[in-house]
Design a protein around this ligand. Structure first.
Ligand code: KIV
Length: 262
């Protein structure tokens, strides 16, 4: 997969699959899967580090996760998230952050929002850094949005999201993530843009879909947004395996003779 193939998929009407990935062991499994794109998301702050939101994510942390993913999944197209405010400083700092992620093994970066980012997106694409945009419920704006809320319901928000997606395309982005927006708005953005849209909580009209890996494997417990489909009960299966291991240790059935060196 590369950005040329990605854009071709849209013109051929073939959908794209993307999942988050933060570590080498799951990257190894994904490397042998048909999944098209791996996203080293700033959701790693929540999923891997236990924070309540993505604000604490840093370039250094995303770079460590990206390097691990690249080692585990050398065959995959890897997109790394630019964390909160990491691309809103002076130009040198912004470029240094992007360089760290690309040198850690990313093939592209993703950034949230459009207003104030157009010039930077243009500069990056002109400098050989493919950029994926992200509009709608952009989690880095959760304090400005008053929480994790569906975006694009009012006509004003709708206009803004369409304008942002168009702006990103004009600035050179190769794809745009649409997060938690009504399905009809996602459909309108998807038919307006030439570049692919990748939805999460944005209905089926998008050119592709993304989910957090741990959500789709049923590894996350607690609140589950309605757009998350679990493809297995990972947490239950792991709990059962750990329970069996514990019982067999206590009962003396593990290890057996075959599992013991002579
Ligand atoms: O960080 C992340 O996981 C994301 C996806 C929700 C698109 O940005």
């Amino acid at each position: 997969m590369n950005i040329i193939e990605l854009k071709k998929r849209k013109s051929e009407g073939r959908k794209l699959s993307m999942v988050t990935c933060y570590d080498a062991w799951s990257a190894k499994i994904l490397n042998e899967s048909p999944i098209d794109i791996l996203l080293v998301g700033d959701s790693s702050a929540m999923v891997m580090h236990g924070f309540d939101d993505t604000i604490p994510s840093t370039i250094e942390s995303i770079a460590v996760h990206t390097a691990a993913v690249r080692r585990g999944a050398p065959k995959k197209f890897i997109v790394a998230d630019l964390p909160f405010l990491s691309f809103r400083g002076d130009l040198q700092t912004n470029i240094d952050g992007v360089r760290k992620l690309m040198q850690a093994g990313a093939h592209a970066v993703k950034l949230e929002g459009f207003d104030g980012n157009g010039e930077f997106v243009k500069l990056l694409t002109e400098s050989g850094v493919p950029v994926m945009g992200h509009v709608g419920l952009t989690p880095q704006f959760m304090n400005a949005f008053g929480g994790f809320k569906v975006q694009g319901r009012s006509s004003e928000q709708k206009k803004k999201i369409i304008g942002e997606a168009r702006g990103l395309e004009e600035a050179g982005a190769f794809a745009v993530v649409l997060e938690c927006v009504p399905g009809d708005l996602a459909g309108e953005v998807t038919s307006t843009l030439k570049i692919p849209t990748i939805g999460i909580g944005a209905g089926s009209a998008c050119d592709g879909q993304v989910l957090v890996l741990q959500d789709l494997l049923g590894l996350t417990t607690g609140f589950r947004p309605k757009f998350v489909r679990q493809y297995m009960n990972g947490a239950e299966q792991i709990a059962a395996a750990l329970g069996r291991f514990h019982e067999e240790v206590i009962g003396g059935q593990f290890p057996n003779e075959k599992e013991t060196y002579e």
